[in-house]
Design a protein around this ligand. Structure first.
Ligand code: GLC
Ligand code: CA
Length: 553
């Protein structure tokens, strides 16, 4: 197998809880996924990134693992997993596991032991510290609100949790922990999985001094955990001990990593990971001072988005590889965020965004429902939310900005926007479950659903299918050199890709109106239109949300 096969691949992310429920308990499961393999094969994707399916008490929907080698009871059994894996492979689809090893669940046997006593053999698997002046060891805030430390009466010490209380951080400086992780990963590789997505892997190495970070103005500080002192040493070790032994696809989720540091994680000679997920392009506008972290961020404008994406395209052009995404289980829906989810423009703008992303250099990731143009949840009351980040943030926001405003923030940016059930058809609960779904279905499922999309040749689904096919057929889409055009245009995101004598002109209009194509671009538009969301294209102007790709020779 070609070592770099993942450079030609398109990945599809499944959030199993919300994908398809086979047994009617309202929760998606592995059998549900197995039953949809044909649909995925029709879309044409190469790899499934499976959000965590391991045993978990679900404080964070599986990102809190209590047993890495067992399947979550609600999702099925190991037999169901094997069946799903075999089915995927029979369609030529690979499976990428989500590895969450910055932390475990507090119900993992390591932590149950660790908290028993200071001299327990597992004590040092986690990060324990004495109180400082009767308070937490430092002022770090958890990513899910409140202190990043929890006091444990039994031994009179605090343990670190960068996320929820039920997600204690592992101590990666302990060699035993690293060995356990490599052993577990090897076990999955031997089972035949094809890759790993590493959860918050940039955070695993903590500075032993645990220095306070930037002040937040609410009594807490940020943490300084990204790019810690040993992170590259540990990833190289993991690569040597596990990753290099199998033809895997690997991607590290890397909050706090900039485009230069990205090369350390994923450069050609870094011997760490194939690529990383960065977050600069899905953070809010830089022209806004937030008081409440992500909640009161201002949406990014197209020029800001273009600037960040271009920076990453250029920085990783030769010695590196980008992962391309607009959506995942932690982000609001891209059509609601960067496009236009009104009835008039939803389909057009979803296709435009897809074009803008999929014609770039890198490995594209599609999040379940993105290929249908699924929209934000539109929840209007707190009772509808399930996400621990959202629920934990609510009290402080309610006090600070009031209930109405808090709900407005959540409607715009809560993770639950991505977690409403996959919309399969127009029947009750969108065909996701015959029971009561664990989170409400978006009421727009009657029109936005897979069945309707499959029956409509102009659907977002078939557009994604075509984008994937083009990537598989045209080396220029994989390897072409990226160059930005019309760098200061307020509405058009335009770039070229060049390979040999071939050039792609990718033009995307982010405005709900007609826009003239700049004079220095329009004369270049010759040859054939490879793909567009309109049936007719002119070389003079772009229609509302028009996307067009010209292939010239
Ligand atoms: C990652 C996951 C997110 C999870 C967090 C803690 O950011 O994508 O869903 O809550 O890590 O594991
Ligand atoms: Ca189920």
């Amino acid at each position: 197998m070609n070592q770099d096969w993942w450079k030609n691949a398109v990945v599809y992310q499944i959030y199993p809880r919300s994908f398809a429920d086979a047994n009617g308990d309202g929760i998606g499961d592995l059998k549900g996924i197995t039953g949809k393999m044909e649909y995925l094969s029709k879309l044409g994707i190469d790899v499934i990134w499976l959000s965590p399916v391991y045993q978990s008490p679900n404080a964070d929907n599986g990102y809190d693992i209590s047993d890495y080698q067992a399947i979550m009871t609600e999702f099925g059994t190991m037999d169901d997993f094997d069946e799903m894996l075999a089915k995927a492979h029979s369609y030529g689809i690979k499976i990428m596991m989500d590895i969450v090893v910055n932390h475990t669940s507090d119900e993992h046997k390591w932590f149950l032991e660790s908290r028993k006593s200071k001299d327990n053999p597992y004590r040092d698997y986690y990060i324990w510290r004495d109180p400082k002046d009767g308070k937490t060891p430092n002022r770090w805030e958890s990513c899910f609100s409140g202190p990043a430390w929890d006091y444990d009466e039994a031994t009179g010490q605090y343990y670190l949790h960068l996320f929820a209380k039920k997600q204690p951080d592992l101590n990666w400086d302990n060699e035993k922990v690293r060995n356990e992780v490599y052993k577990m990963m090897t076990w999955w590789c031997e089972k035949g999985v094809d890759g790993f997505r590493f959860d918050v892997i940039s955070l695993i190495s903590k500075d032993p001094a645990l220095p306070d970070g930037e002040e937040y103005g609410n009594g807490y500080t940020g943490n300084n955990c990204a790019n810690g002192p040993h992170v590259h040493e540990y990833l190289k070790e993991m690569n040597q001990r596990v990753l290099s032994k199998y033809p895997l696809i690997t991607v590290g989720e890397c909050p706090g990593v900039d485009a230069e540091q990205a090369l350390l994680y994923s450069g050609k000679d870094s011997h760490e990971l194939n690529m990383i997920f960065e977050f600069e392009h899905v953070s809010g506008s830089r022209h806004h001072q937030n008081k409440y972290g992500k909640w009161d961020s201002e949406p990014m404008t197209m020029p800001e988005l273009r600037e960040v994406m271009t920076k990453w395209q250029l920085q990783l052009a030769d010695n590196g590889w980008n992962s391309l995404f607009l959506d995942n289980h932690d982000q609001p829906r891209c059509v609601s965020r960067f496009g236009n989810d009104s009835e008039e423009y939803r389909v057009l703008s979803a296709k435009m965004l897809a074009t803008c992303l999929h014609m770039q250099k890198g490995t594209p990731y599609i999040y379940q429902g993105e290929e249908l143009g699924m929209t934000n949840a539109g929840f209007t009351s707190m009772e509808q939310y399930r996400d621990v980040e959202t629920l934990n943030a609510y009290p402080e926001l309610k006090d600070g900005v009031g209930e109405e405003k808090a709900l407005e923030y959540f409607r715009r940016i809560s993770r639950d926007n991505a977690r409403t059930p996959m919309q399969w058809d127009a029947s009750k609960n969108a065909g996701f479950t015959s029971g009561q779904p664990w989170i409400e279905v978006n009421p727009n499922y009657k029109t936005i659903n897979a069945q309707a999309a499959l029956e409509d040749p102009d659907s977002v689904f078939y557009y994604y299918q075509k984008l994937i096919k083009l990537r598989h057929e045209y080396p220029i889409i994989v390897d072409g050199v990226y160059e930005l055009l019309a760098a200061n245009h307020p509405f058009i995101f335009a770039y070229t890709r060049t390979l040999g004598n071939q050039k792609l002109y990718v033009l995307c209009n982010f405005l709900d109106d007609y826009v003239d194509i700049p004079d220095d671009i329009s004369p270049c538009l010759e040859g054939e239109v490879l793909i567009s969301n309109y049936t007719e294209n002119t070389k003079r102007e772009l229609k509302p949300y028009e996307a067009v790709v010209w292939l010239t020779n």
